[in-house]
Design a protein around this ligand. Structure first.
Ligand code: GLU
Length: 416
């Protein structure tokens, strides 16, 4: 992998910038640059045709000074341990800026779920838990969905873990179906939290978002709900959306339910009736008010950042922007809502799910929305105030808030 695009090296460089501003103690800096521990597993899985395929999986527990580790599990053909390390670091900063009493972790399996049957995916999910389950639990490390994993996969994982322990353990994982201890509002929480952050941004920038345009890269859990909620909560006109196969554009916007149904039927948003096909590269440089990168890492780089015309870049994906691109966006006055703040709504409602599991008492959806709004709004302004005071990029400001909180917990524990 090109060194400049290695997500873990990017995460470390971002931390280095914050460490310099904070004048972080060198030992603390060295400690926060590395994961606490990681487990690499080899998973033999019986495929439907009777053969056995061997998969590689990881769980990286980055830091648990503030509480049990927390973070999703990704199933992706291009997964690497460095990607998982970066995502685990970002989870640490995400839980800290959202002020959740949790640390950060991430899991991953190198596989292509698009080429696997549901029963093969079930056997892979259970095999992953049989190996990684030994370091998971409600008080140690709690996974959740991420790219190409969903509520059904969480249900299989929770079931496998419960069988291993001999009793029901709903709090070992979040993003579960409602019937198994999931939380109301978890499915669209990432996108909803992002909308609250965009709403606060519009307030500080003095923009009225009603009728303004937006483009969304990625049509997974975050992107799909962003399409719907961008219209519903902010009155945005979503003129372009895309997925891994390409994108579509229509200046009037298109109905999110119809686009989702088209993707359900054909496997992609591409060729949606009444819209023009565009590429993912075209989408990122459209002249829109809000750009939502909601796909994968390294989408906005030194090569295309100068062409981004959006006023606000709301990062629903993890790691979509490289440090070189960050500089260019800042110089050009693009207001970036950095990933680990913008997409922090997902883990926030995961945390609410854990709390409800521990209580064995469940909240109505209005309560989830209200508590999520409070958390997002507070986190946004904690970043914004620091960005103003220190005159630094929003991403640096978010790091300053998050790293100080984690460092304080590490110090108070007497680790460094
Ligand atoms: N995978 C999501 C993220 O990157 C959610 C993590 C969680 O809910 O624990 O934030």
């Amino acid at each position: 992998m090109n060194k400049e695009l290695n997500p873990f090296e990017i995460a470390q460089r971002q931390l280095d910038t914050a460490a310099e501003v904070l004048k972080l103690d060198p030992a603390m800096h060295a400690f926060l640059r590395q994961p606490l521990r990681e487990l690499h597993v080899t998973l033999p899985v019986k495929m439907d045709d009777g053969t056995v395929k061997v998969f590689q999986g990881f769980r990286v527990q980055y830091n648990d000074a503030r509480g049990p580790c927390k973070g999703g599990i990704r199933f992706h053909p291009q997964e690497t341990v460095d990607t998982v390390r970066a995502l685990a670091a970002w989870m640490t900063w995400k839980c800290a800026i959202m002020d959740l009493p949790l640390g950060g972790a991430k899991g991953g399996v190198i596989c292509n779920p698009k080429e696997m049957s549901r029963s093969e995916l079930e056997r892979l999910s259970r095999a992953y838990i049989r190996q990684v389950g030994r370091i998971l639990g409600p008080h140690t490390d709690v996974p959740a969905p991420d790219v190409y994993t969903d509520a059904q996969i969480m249900a299989w994982m929770m079931d496998e873990f419960s069988v291993m322990r001999g009793h029901n353990v709903p709090g070992m994982i979040t993003g579960k179906p409602l019937c198994l201890g999931g939380s109301c509002g978890r499915s669209d929480a990432t996108a909803r939290g992002g909308m609250y952050a965009v709403r606060e941004t519009a307030k500080v920038l003095g923009i009225d978002l009603k009728g303004k345009t937006a483009a969304i890269q990625g049509y997974g859990n975050a992107g799909m709900f962003a399409h719907q909620l961008g219209q519903e909560l902010l009155g945005l006109k979503v003129v372009a959306v895309s997925d891994s196969k390409g994108g579509i554009y229509n200046e009037q916007g298109r109905d999110p339910d119809a686009v989702a149904a088209h993707k359900g039927k054909t496997g992609s948003v591409v060729s949606f009736p009444g819209a023009k096909n565009i590429t993912n590269a075209d989408l990122l440089t459209l002249d829109v008010t809000v750009l939502f990168p909601a796909a994968l890492e390294n989408q906005i780089t030194a090569h295309n950042a100068a062409d981004v015309k959006a006023t606000i870049q709301a990062e629903l994906a993890n790691g979509p922007t490289t440090p070189e691109a960050d500089e260019i966006l800042y110089k050009n006055g693009v207001f970036v809502i950095p990933d680990f703040l913008c997409n922090g709504g997902g883990v926030t409602v995961s945390y609410f799910e854990q709390v409800q599991n521990a209580y064995n008492y469940y909240w109505p959806i209005e309560e989830v929305y209200q508590k999520l709004d409070e958390k997002m709004t507070t986190a946004f302004h904690s970043m914004h105030e620091i960005a103003q005071a220190y005159k630094v990029k929003n991403r640096v400001a978010a790091y300053l808030v998050a790293v100080s909180r984690v460092a304080e917990a590490v110090r108070m524990r007497g680790w460094v």
